[in-house]
Design a binder for this molecule. Structure first.
Ligand SMILES: NC(=O)c1ccc[n+]([C@@H]2O[C@H](COP(=O)([O-])OP(=O)(O)OC[C@H]3O[C@@H](n4cnc5c(N)ncnc54)[C@H](O)[C@@H]3O)[C@@H](O)[C@H]2O)c1
Length: 257
C-alpha cells in the first residue's frame, strides 16, 4: 500500500509554476495533498497543475501576481472553495533582477520597489490571507517561506533582493511567535545557489556565475529545486511539529565556507 502522509491536506503554493515551488507541488501531491499551484506566468502554473492531475492527483492552477492584494485574497479563497480547507502554505514566488546588481547609492527606486513588491509584500500578502483562513478554521497549519542564504550576511551585490530576503526571516519569526498558540507553525528555508536562479534567462553571465559559485561551495556544485523541496515538505508534516520561527539552511555548505 502506498503511504500518503498528506492525505486530506490542502496546500497553497506560490511560485508553483517552476523551480522550488513546482518541485514542492509534485512532492506534496505525491504524498496525497490537494495542491493549489499559484503564480505567474499562467502557462507555468497551468502546466504543473495539468501534469499533477494527469498523474491522478488533485491540483488546481491559479494565475496570481502575489504583489496584488485582491488577487492574493481571491487565490486563497479559490483554494478553499475548490478543496474545502487550507493546511499548508509555501511562499516561493520571487524575482531577482540580476542586471540591477548595483551599488545601493545608484539603485533606482523602481527596482527596489518592484523587488520588494514581489519578494516581501507578496509574502506578507500570502501569509496574511492564508493566516486568516487558518485562524478561521481553528485547526492550526504550517507555512514555509522561501528566503535565501542571501539573508544570512551582507554579501549579495543586489541590495533589494538581500534586504527582502532578510525581512522574510523576520516575518517567519513573527508568525512563529504570534501564532504558535493557535497551532500554526511558520518556518523559513534558506536555499543556497541553485543551477537556475529566479529570472535566470536575464542573467548577464550565467556560466561565470555557476563557475564562481561552484568554486566556493563545499559540495562543489550548485543545487537543484528537488534538493530543497523535501525540506519544505518535511516542515509541513507532523514530524516537524516542534519547529517554528526558524530558518533552515540547505546550501551545500556555501554559507559556512
Ligand atoms: N534559485 C536559487 O538559486 C535560489 C536561491 C535562494 C533562494 N531562492 C528563492 O527560491 C524561490 C523560488 O525560486 P526558484 O529558484 O524556484 O526560481 P523560479 O524563478 O523557478 O521560481 C520563482 C517563481 O515565482 C514566479 N513569480 C515571479 N514573480 C511573481 C509574482 N509577482 N507573482 C507570482 N509568481 C511570481 C516565477 O514566474 C517563478 O515561477 C524564490 O523566492 C527565490 O528567491 C532561489
Amino acid at each position: 500500500m502506498t503511504s500518503s502522509p498528506l492525505r486530506n491536506k490542502v496546500a497553497f503554493i506560490t511560485g508553483g509554476g517552476s523551480g522550488i515551488g513546482a518541485a514542492t507541488a509534485r512532492l506534496m501531491a505525491a504524498d496525497g495533498a490537494a495542491v493549489a499551484v499559484a503564480g505567474i506566468p499562467a502557462a507555468g502554473v497551468e502546466q504543473v497543475a495539468a501534469e499533477l492531475r494527469a498523474d491522478g492527483h488533485r491540483a488546481l492552477a491559479i494565475p496570481l501576481d502575489v504583489a496584488d492584494a485582491a488577487q492574493t485574497a481571491a487565490a486563497v479563497a479559490r483554494t478553499v472553495e475548490e478543496f474545502g480547507r487550507l493546511d499548508m502554505v509555501v511562499a516561493s514566488a520571487g524575482i531577482q533582477l540580476h542586471r540591477e546588481d548595483v551599488n545601493l547609492h545608484e539603485l533606482p527606486e523602481a527596482i527596489w520597489d518592484r523587488t520588494h513588491d514581489v519578494n516581501h509584500r507578496g509574502v506578507y500578502l500570502t501569509c496574511k490571507y492564508s493566516l486568516a483562513q487558518m485562524v478561521k478554521q481553528g485547526e492550526g497549519g504550517a507555512i514555509v517561506i522561501v528566503s535565501s542564504v542571501t539573508a544570512l550576511n551582507g554579501r549579495s551585490a543586489n541590495p533589494a533582493y538581500l534586504s527582502g530576503k532578510h525581512g522574510l526571516i523576520g516575518l517567519a519569526r513573527h508568525i512563529g511567535v504570534h501564532y504558535g498558540r493557535r497551532g500554526i507553525r511558520c518556518n523559513a528555508v534558506c536555499p543556497g545557489a541553485l543551477e537556475r536562479t529566479p529570472n535566470h534567462d536575464d542573467h548577464p553571465d550565467p556560466t561565470g556565475r555557476e563557475e564562481s559559485l561552484a568554486a566556493r561551495i563545499p559540495l562543489g556544485r550548485l543545487g537543484q529545486p528537488e534538493e530543497i523541496a523535501p525540506f519544505i515538505v518535511f516542515l509541513c508534516t507532523p514530524a516537524a511539529a516542534y519547529a517554528t520561527g526558524a530558518a533552515f539552511v540547505i546550501d551545500g555548505g556555501l554559507s559556512v565556507a
